[in-house]
Ligand binder design. Structure first.
Ligand code: ADP
Length: 256
């Protein structure tokens, strides 16, 4: 608690009393701490790829006797780490845009079939590399009022995670229901699952159950934070059910 005090006087300048203002700054402190953590996290995440880009570039400049294959290997590291930096910067910009006050959604009627199919065109080639089957259970036509591009981003992020955290030969099922003016979209995988006590934390910025694994798949730890923001901006919510080594189901619910 922060206390601010000020005396007040009568006409002959005698103190008549004191006004004390008690300010509960618990929330402000928390916000300030989260902001500091965020800046520290961003700096760390940017520094890691930057260090290796610099290091490998320096070696290439200094040593021109290196084997062609070694040079190629170093250049691929530089290329991959730059891609990683690029993804990170894109995600950070995206997150800051949607977290800004006054962030506007463009809600128009969207054909969910068509939207999911356009996501599948992007995800299927990635899933095929791991022989993961993606099944979509959509029967009747569903049209809902959402921001097309933002919802596409939500579905893509969830599908991308489902593919990343599911071993080879796995299966992903997309299901859509629409009842009582609520639209529900679920994405189920039979992958590695999420420990029970970490189910809420995965929506925090930069939180990852297994940092090394997420890095391997090109993850930034920002995907689910972005998803949650977009869903909540639509007045909806996201839930996850999961069992370790059995799989996870993410369900997005949005009022239509
Ligand atoms: P990342 O870029 O690391 O995937 P996300 O914000 O998308 O970041 O997800 C945060 C973390 O949640 C992941 O690092 C992973 O540990 C966990 N996670 C997300 N989706 C799944 C899933 N389908 N199965 C298992 N774990 C998941």
């Amino acid at each position: 608690i922060e206390i601010v005090g000020a005396p007040f006087f009568n006409e002959s300048d005698d103190i008549r009393g004191v006004v004390l203002v008690f300010h509960d700054i618990t929330d402000l402190k928390k916000v300030e701490e989260m902001r500091k953590d965020f800046v520290a996290n961003v700096s760390h995440e940017l520094k890691t790829p930057m260090t290796s880009i610099k290091g490998f570039a320096e070696t290439l400049i200094e040593d021109d006797q290196l084997d062609q294959s070694v040079r190629h290997h170093f250049l691929s590291i530089i290329y991959n780490e730059s891609t990683r930096l690029q993804t990170l910067i894109d995600d950070l910009l995206e997150l800051s845009k949607i977290e800004k006050e006054g962030f506007q959604l463009t809600r128009l009627p969207v054909d969910i079939h068509a939207l999911i199919n356009s996501c599948l065109t992007i995800i299927e080639p990635i899933a095929e590399k791991k022989q993961i089957k993606v099944i979509s259970r959509l029967d009747k036509k569903v049209t809902i009022h959402v921001d097309h591009d933002r919802l596409k981003q939500v579905i893509l992020n969830l599908l991308f995670n489902a593919v990343s955290y599911t071993p080879e030969n796995g299966e992903i099922v997309i299901d859509v229901t629409n009842q009582d003016h609520w639209f529900n979209l679920s994405i189920q995988d039979n992958g590695i699952g999420i420990p029970n006590d970490l189910k809420n934390r995965i929506f925090e910025r930069f939180y990852r159950v297994d940092k090394a694994r997420s890095r391997e798949t090109g993850g930034t730890g920002l995907g689910l934070a972005i998803v949650k923001h977009i869903v909540e901006a639509h007045g909806g919510f996201i839930e996850v059910e999961s069992e370790l080594n059995k799989g996870s189901t993410f369900t997005v619910s949005i009022p239509d």
